[in-house]
Ligand binder design. Structure first.
Ligand code: ZN
Length: 326
């Protein structure tokens, strides 16, 4: 009995030693890759026992909004739409930038959000309803380039400027022209977006007799409150855009939410010409705001990529708008 117990103890000890040795030998290697996960959020790190391999980044240039976020917030929540997943994969964690689960942000995203699935090297504000301060922070980390066209200065992020000039050349080669529609056709500052919003909103309020007594809230400097009241009124059929004929969100963007803030949008004179719209599309510019006929958004994508990033075609008056599917 004692002999058997002793033998069992020895076998147990031997097994434990083999186990400990195996764990030591199979521990994950830390050579070369230590710290990569914390410092380089664009990388995908795949681990297997005894080795770590580093895959190439899925996006060439992670957005600056990514850098301060923990790894688990860089992935779209389970069940997210293709559009939301694409935005995350391009370094734009939407639940921090423009939460699709929150009604006011979701309305902004549905109207103007196509930019979040644009080419990853394009820089976007860190909030889809930015304050003046957030917008000036954005302006400090993006480079805008200017050109003067027919006496009008245009300002874009460089890839958009190159694409716009390419579209103009292509049009010119076919005897057509593509011109910016007025002095506010491209980049706009915060104050300009406030002025455009209030002017259009006031027109809608006037048509509807002080908009059901909610004028003060509508014109509030609290932009989220203003948008919430617009959504509320429009849900009950009281449209505030274009003298009461359209949603105000399709006519003017609330302060700070305009795509023109980013240097990636342009309003053009020749938008009625289907050939011109095709040339714009060939150069990465699409109509992404339903019913905004003069407006084009630089996405930098080919037309056959649009559905794969979560944008859906919407036909309105013979044109195709590509809008986010949340
Ligand atoms: Zn526009």
């Amino acid at each position: 009995m004692n002999y058997n117990r002793g033998l069992a103890l020895l076998i147990l000890l031997a097994l434990a030693s083999i186990g400990a040795l195996s764990l030591y030998l199979l521990r994950p290697s830390k050579l070369n890759h230590s710290g990569a996960q914390e410092n380089r959020p664009g990388l995908i790190i795949e681990s297997s026992p005894g080795a770590a391999t580093v895959a190439l980044p899925t996006s060439p240039a992670p957005s600056p909004t990514q850098n301060s976020l923990p790894q688990d917030q860089l992935q779209a929540p389970a069940g997210s739409s293709l559009f939301v997943r694409t935005a995350y994969s391009r370094g734009r964690p939407l639940h921090q930038i423009c939460d699709p689960a929150e009604p006011v942000s979701a309305a902004i995203l549905a109207q103007y959000g196509a930019l979040y699935v644009s080419e990853p090297q394009l820089v976007l504000p860190s909030n889809c309803i930015p304050t003046r301060q957030e917008l000036s922070e954005f302006s400090r980390r993006v480079v805008f380039e200017n050109r003067t066209i027919d006496g009008i200065q245009v300002s874009f992020q460089k890839p958009a400027l190159d694409a716009f000039m390419g579209a103009r050349e292509a049009a010119s080669a076919r005897g057509l022209s593509i011109r910016p529609n007025g002095t506010n056709a491209t980049l706009r500052d915060y104050e300009t977006t406030v002025e455009i919003w209030q002017r259009n909103l006031q027109a809608g309020i006037n048509v509807h007799g002080a908009a059901a007594g909610r004028q003060t809230e509508l014109l509030s400097p609290d932009i989220r409150l203003s948008i919430a009241v617009v959504l509320d009124l429009e849900k009950s059929g009281l449209l505030l855009g274009s003298g009461g004929g359209k949603s105000i969100l399709q006519v003017a963007a609330p302060p700070g939410t305009s795509q023109h803030i980013s240097g990636l949008a342009v309003d053009i004179v020749e938008h009625e010409d289907a050939q011109v719209r095709q040339i714009m599309a060939d150069n990465g510019f699409y109509q992404t705001i339903a019913n905004d006929f003069t407006h084009f958004t630089y996405l930098g994508l080919k037309s056959d990529q649009l559905s794969a990033v979560g944008l859906a075609p919407r036909e309105i008056e013979g044109r195709t708008f590509y809008v986010p599917v949340l």
